[in-house]
Design a protein around this ligand. Structure first.
Ligand code: PLP
Length: 402
C-alpha cells in the first residue's frame, strides 16, 4: 500500500477545481499551479527578453524534462524524445520501421484510430499485413492468442495500453514477455496510461513507447514524448530529419544524432517542454503508485454508482480497469448527456466508433460517454455527477434545466 494522496492539498493546487467538476482527465486534466506558473512564466520571459534568449537562460529547466521522463518510465534520458503529442511520438517510431510484402504487424481490438490508419497506410504501401489479435473473454488482448500468432514473419507487435474508449488496461507486461522471447520489436501506445498508473519500460519490456503531456500527467497541451530503447536507436532511421535530428557534416553527407532526440525537430514549444518537466516531477512527487490506487478506487466507486442508475450500462472491459469509465444510457444520446452535464459545469466527453472502430463495431456501439477521474476528484463529485445523471434520466434530453 502506497501513501495516501492528500486530496485537499491536491485541490488547493488545482485552480480549475473551483470552477468545474472535471471528469475529462483522459481528455486533458486540469493543470496544477506549478505547471501553470512554469508555462506562463516562460511565455512571459520570452515576451520580455526574446524567445531564443529565454531558451538559453532556461536551458537547465528545459533539460529537466528528459530527466523527469526518464525517472517516470525508468529509462535513460538519452532514450527520450520530446515532441508535440503522443501521435507524433508514435508516428516517429512506427514510420522508422521498414516492412516488406508478407511481413506481419500484430495489434489489438482496442487500437486507436490514428495508429490503425498508419498501419493501413503502411500495409498499402509495402504489402505488409495488419492482424488483430483476439481479445479474451474479459475483453483484453489474449496473450495466448498473441503467442499462437507469432512466427518469423511478425515484424512488429504494436498495442494500446489503455484505449481511448474505456477503462480497459491491456496486459502490456505479458505482451512484453512474448515479444522478448520472440525477439520482435514492441511498440506500446501508453498515451492514456502514463500518469495514472506505474509504467516502467523495464518491467513492461517494450522497445518503444509513446505518451502525451496533457492527459493523466496534467502537463500542457501540445506536448508528448517517445521512449526508444538504446539498443534499437541506431537501427531506427526517423522518417523526417532536420538539422536538430542530424548534422550536415559535408556537402553530400549528414550524420544522425545517436540519442532519441533524432526523433525531435529543432523548433519546439519551450514553455510546454518546461511545463511538461514540471508536470512529471509533480506527479512523481505524489507518487505514481499512490495516484494509481486513488484513481482506480475512485473509478471503481463511480462504476458501482453508475450501475445503480436506471438505464445505465457501464461499457468498460478488461480484468484490470483504470480511471476511465464509459457508459451508455437507454434512450439518451451520448452527445446530449455531455451537453446536459456541461450546462451544470460537469465535464465529460464522448467517444465515437471512429476512434476505436474495431472494438466499437464488434460491440455494436456508436458512441459512449466517457467520464475519467483523477486523484483530485472526490467521492462528493462522483455523487454529484450521478445525481445529475439520475435527474437527466428522469426528465429526458429535452427537459428543463439544460
Ligand atoms: C490510445 C490513444 N493513443 C493516442 C492518442 C493521441 O494522443 P495525442 O492527442 O496526444 O496525439 C490518444 C488520444 O486520445 C489515445 O487515446
Amino acid at each position: 500500500m502506497s501513501r495516501e494522496i492528500d486530496v485537499e492539498r491536491a485541490r488547493q493546487d488545482t485552480p480549475g477545481c473551483e470552477h468545474v467538476l472535471h471528469l475529462n482527465n483522459a481528455g486533458a486534466s486540469l493543470a496544477p499551479r506549478p505547471v501553470l506558473d512554469a508555462v506562463v512564466g516562460h511565455l512571459e520571459l520570452e515576451a520580455r527578453i526574446g524567445g531564443y534568449e529565454a531558451a538559453d537562460r532556461e536551458r537547465a529547466a528545459v533539460e529537466r524534462v528528459y530527466d523527469a521522463a526518464a525517472r517516470l518510465l525508468n529509462c535513460g534520458r538519452d532514450e527520450i524524445a520530446v515532441v508535440e503529442n503522443a501521435t507524433r511520438a508514435w508516428d516517429m517510431a512506427f514510420y522508422s520501421l521498414t516492412f516488406r510484402p508478407g511481413d506481419r504487424i500484430l495489434t489489438t481490438m482496442a487500437e486507436y484510430a490514428s495508429n490503425y490508419i498508419a498501419y493501413l497506410q503502411v500495409a498499402q504501401r509495402t504489402g505488409a499485413a495488419v492482424e488483430v489479435i483476439d481479445s479474451d473473454e474479459q475483453g483484453q488482448l489474449s496473450v495466448d492468442a498473441l503467442r499462437r500468432a507469432i512466427d518469423s514473419r511478425v515484424k512488429l507487435i504494436s498495442i494500446t495500453h489503455v484505449p481511448t474508449n474505456g477503462g480497459l488496461v491491456n496486459p502490456a507486461a505479458a505482451v512484453g514477455r512474448v515479444a522478448r522471447e520472440a525477439g520482435i520489436p514492441y511498440l506500446l501506445d501508453a498515451c492514456q496510461s502514463v500518469g495514472q498508473m506505474p509504467v516502467d519500460v523495464g518491467t513492461i519490456g517494450c522497445d518503444m513507447l509513446s505518451a502525451t503531456g496533457r492527459k493523466y500527467l496534467r502537463g500542457p497541451r501540445g506536448t508528448g514524448f517517445l521512449y526508444v530503447r538504446r539498443g534499437l536507436l541506431d537501427r531506427l532511421e526517423p522518417p523526417f530529419l532536420d538539422l536538430h535530428a542530424a548534422t550536415w557534416v559535408a556537402r553530400d553527407r549528414f550524420e544522425i544524432r545517436p540519442d532519441a532526440r533524432r526523433f525531435e525537430n529543432w523548433e519546439t514549444y519551450y514553455a510546454g517542454k518546461i511545463g511538461l518537466g514540471v508536470a512529471i516531477e509533480y506527479a512523481l512527487g505524489w507518487g505514481i503508485p499512490a495516484i494509481g490506487e486513488r484513481v482506480s478506487g475512485l473509478a471503481d466507486r463511480l462504476r458501482a454508482a453508475l450501475g445503480e442508475l436506471p438505464g445505465v450500462t457501464v461499457r468498460d472491459l478488461g480484468a484490470e480497469r483504470c480511471g476511465i469509465v464509459t457508459f451508455t444510457m437507454a434512450g439518451l444520446d451520448a452527445a446530449d448527456i455531455k451537453r446536459a452535464m456541461a450546462a451544470q459545469s460537469i465535464n465529460v466527453t464522448t467517444s465515437s466508433a471512429a476512434s476505436t472502430r474495431l472494438d466499437m463495431d464488434a460491440r455494436g456501439l456508436d458512441r459512449v460517454v466517457r467520464a475519467s477521474v483523477h486523484y483530485y476528484n472526490t467521492d462528493e463529485e462522483v455523487e454529484r455527477f450521478c445525481r445529475a445523471l439520475r435527474a437527466l434520466a428522469r426528465r429526458g434530453p429535452g427537459g428543463p434545466g439544460q
